[in-house]
Design a protein around this ligand. Structure first.
Ligand code: UD1
Length: 355
């Protein structure tokens, strides 16, 4: 059996690593295709090293562009790879442009698609990832959900129940495997108490007035609590466009995007995390660290119903109020969702190889 994995952007690497590892227990041939959606060393290469992933067999080197350009370039460059390598199944991950592009190519070539992290829905079609999720799930033959809300969403959209597998969370597989090492190699110079921030969604960083007011709120937080902010490249470009001084703000410590192990250690020890990422909502829930999500909605509702996550929307007063609450005794109680147990990838591998 020949299996092609398609990865392209930072969150894919943590999801693919455990699936590739679990499949290597079977007599299968695995080929890793990197689309090149993320290409900076600290957005891509460093993850392969730290996660012990095989170097990609093929790199499509598509780079950045508008959504249409990026998706189209991936499709044009991936189609010949599928025609040449003739995989039995192509595994796609999450909700990035690389995911939907690969699923579209395979469905037209009648090649089976397995989607890891299927069924998540924010209900918000203004998010490019929501479009990617909807389309990828319609085209996939095997859909692996991280939580049971995913099964319900897929059934509601008319996906045949026999295609849907509640497998658990592969990102948490990686977290559980890497946490001991992350704790042994904590980044130096971290304060004892700090808020950890990441922001990169278009809804937060493309509207410069909102970005400026978010930064002022974070600056106010920085008067009481150190604020550490590893900055995604697109966010860095936007902050820089607010003016020279925006990135040398004395109350926020801006860092480069962090390698996986560093960032995991930083999350584990944070007093609170403020983010708009999808994966970080899950990781903080597993770690029991309060998470304030600067979005109006989430495709990961289980992190709210069971976990530490609180949506603060687009309201800096709510952010301030929830921040105070999450640092107090009154903070939200939480637990770890079902099947976030470190074995999701093994369950997925079993289904893919048909055992
Ligand atoms: C993508 C995903 C998003 C995910 C995020 C994680 C889509 C639609 N979005 O968003 O779901 O949460 O990755 O990071 O696929 N850039 C660099 N170096 C890089 C990569 C990007 O400088 O290695 C800059 C470029 O200016 C680029 C911009 O970041 O135009 C945006 O990158 P892109 O891959 O288009 O989307 P992300 O915002 O990273």
């Amino acid at each position: 059996m020949r299996i092609v994995h398609v990865i392209g952007a930072r969150p894919n690497f943590m999801k693919a690593a455990p699936v590739i590892r679990a499949l290597s227990a079977y007599p299968v041939e695995q080929i890793v295709v990197h689309t090149g959606q993320h290409y900076d060393v600290n957005m891509s290469d460093v993850f392969f090293q730290q996660l012990g992933m095989p170097a990609p067999d093929v790199n499509l080197q598509v780079g950045s562009g508008s959504h249409a350009q990026q998706t189209a370039h991936i499709m044009c460059r991936f189609e010949p790879v599928v025609l040449e390598r003739k995989p039995d199944v192509v595994v796609v991950y999450g909700d990035v442009n690389s995911t939907v592009a690969a699923a579209l190519v395979c469905s037209k070539l009648m090649v089976k698609v397995a989607h890891v992290e299927a069924g998540l829905r924010s209900g918000d079609r203004a998010m490019p990832e929501e479009i990617n999720r909807l389309v990828t799930d319609q085209l996939s033959d095997q859909l692996f959900t991280p939580s049971e809300d995913g099964n319900r969403n897929l059934e509601r959209e008319g996906i045949a129940p026999e295609k849907i597998f509640f497998a658990g969370n592969v990102m948490i597989d990686t977290l559980i495997r890497m946490l001991p090492e992350a704790e042994r190699s904590m980044p130096e110079g971290l304060p004892s108490r700090y808020a950890l921030v990441t922001l990169h969604r278009p809804s937060n960083v493309d509207d410069l007035d909102w970005l400026a007011s978010l930064l002022s709120s974070l600056e106010r937080v920085g008067h009481d609590l150190e604020v550490i902010f590893p900055v995604h490249p697109r966010t860095r470009q936007k902050i820089a466009s607010l003016g020279e001084s925006a990135l040398s703000n004395g109350h926020i410590r801006f860092l480069e995007p962090q390698p996986y192990l560093n960032f995991l250690g930083m999350q584990k020890n944070a007093a609170v995390v403020i983010t708009d990422s999808g994966g970080i909502q899950e990781e903080t829930t597993y770690l029991g660290v309060p998470c304030l999500t600067v979005r109006e909605n989430t495709e990961r509702p289980v992190t709210i119903t069971m976990g530490t996550n609180v949506l603060v929307g687009r309201d800096t007063a709510v952010l301030a109020r929830e921040l105070t609450r999450s640092l107090s005794q009154d903070r939200k109680k939480s637990s770890v969702p079902p099947l976030w147990d470190g074995h999701a990838a093994e369950r997925i591998a079993k289904v893919i190889v048909g055992q």
